[in-house]
Write a protein that binds this ligand. Structure first.
Ligand code: FEO
Length: 398
């Protein structure tokens, strides 16, 4: 995408990656993504906020050429992950006078990743400022969004926040600004679930830290910019602070149909009692959608057959993911079937130490479920309904 000026002397110079379908060889990108970089011209100095993915440096460099940039004073590195820092060596090769501005932790990481010389860096303290002449950059430490070294950059005079990953969304679009709030809400929630949710406590601290600032624009490094910053700040508050909703998430696998019958029965029993249920067949799942559902889940029920005494391997994967993502669910249970012996429940419970959940007694049947098993599932549904009521979980908004 060609450079675009969206405020006097401030340009979007990054890359839209329309075709990328996987991030970290793990995270599905159904709508592609972007690596946003921003150029700020001050009366005395020029700064580049973040760079782009290491696979696409030439688009950024071409944009700097297009704008006639002959001298670059600073490369602000808010976050060291290579989708934003990967083009730093290319930028420094073109503009050898430029200094990389970052936190001390980021300096260590960037040195390890790109073997940059120490004299290429200027580290900054929390809340330190840097003058560009008539413009001032303020650096706000914001650790663990989602690496330890992260910071945000605030352009004081223009009231623009450049938060890199924080508030981002994986969307490839020609729109500079959010135009379709519903679409961006979903993409930003997916992004939060996959990337930020494990660090919810730190995200909370960072939201508190930026409370006193006035924003006219939030310009993240993935997805469109927020011309109405309250939209995304309020969404983050909902995801981070609010209690879970009256939602049950059921990742499951069924090999010969027994576990599926149990899942279907439980889903129906919960639904008729007003619980929203999201079920995910782990053999075909979009893990991003499952992660998004986990943001709201009050209860997680894992459905698995027994394979070689333990849970199905794809269910072990689901449990591993849920444990890593640390959703705020308060309850969990396990349902499923086995042929001649099982330790699936113990194995699954052992896989989720990070989940601060009360385990509701599992329902495990031998072979195809019988009446007694359906009765146990009915009881499980009643227990979940009651626990959600007692915990005060709110209804999911339509
Ligand atoms: Fe978009 Fe953590 O990199």
């Amino acid at each position: 995408m060609k450079a675009r000026e969206f405020a006097p002397g401030i340009f979007s110079v990054g890359v839209v990656d329309w075709d990328r379908r996987l991030f970290d060889s793990l995270i599905p990108l159904p709508d592609g993504t972007s690596y946003n970089a921003y150029l700020i011209k001050g009366s005395e100095k020029t700064a580049l906020i973040d760079t782009v993915d290491h696979k696409m440096p030439e688009i950024l460099l071409d944009n700097l050429d297009l704008l006639g940039i002959k001298r670059l004073d600073y490369v602000i590195s808010n976050h060291s992950e290579p989708d934003h820092s990967g083009a730093i060596p290319h930028v420094l090769a073109k503009y050898p006078e430029a200094l990389v501005i970052c936190t001390p932790k980021a300096k260590d990481l960037l040195t390890d990743l790109f073997h940059l010389a120490p004299e290429k860096f200027k580290t900054v303290n929390d809340l330190e400022t840097l003058s560009l002449g008539d413009r001032t950059l303020e650096f706000i430490y914001a650790p663990w969004v989602h690496w330890p070294e992260t910071m945000l950059t605030y352009l004081r005079e223009d009231k623009i926040l450049f938060p890199c990953d924080f508030f981002g969304s994986h969307i490839a679009t020609t729109d500079l600004y959010v135009t379709d709030e519903g679409r961006v809400y979903e993409a930003a929630k997916r992004y939060y679930a996959e990337i930020m949710m494990p660090f919810r406590a730190q995200i909370k601290n960072n939201l508190e830290k930026i409370k006193g600032y006035e924003f006219e624009l939030i310009a993240p490094s993935h997805g469109p910019m927020y011309g109405e910053p309250d939209f995304i700040i309020n969404a983050y508050h909902e995801w981070v602070y609010d209690e879970p909703k009256n939602v049950v998430v059921i990742p499951y696998i069924s090999m010969h149909g027994s576990t599926k019958k149990m899942v279907d029965y439980l889903v129906s029993s919960l639904a008729v009692n007003g619980v929203t249920v999201e079920q995910f067949d782990m053999s075909v799942v979009d893990t991003g959608k499952m992660a998004m559902a986990l943001v709201d889940a009050g209860t997680i029920v894992i459905g698995t057959p027994t394979v070689m005494i333990g849970p199905h391997p794809l269910i072990a994967y689901a449990a591993f993911l849920a444990n890593a993502l640390k959703p705020k669910a308060k309850f969990a249970s396990i349902i499923g079937s086995y042929g001649w012996g099982t330790k699936a429940v113990d194995t699954i419970v052992g896989l989720v130490p990070n989940l601060k959940v009360e385990i509701i007694p599992p329902v495990i049947c031998k072979g195809q479920p019988r009446d007694i098993d359906y009765q146990a599932l009915e009881k499980l549904a009643e227990t979940i309904v009651q626990k959600h009521k007692d915990a005060g979980f709110v209804e999911k908004a339509e």
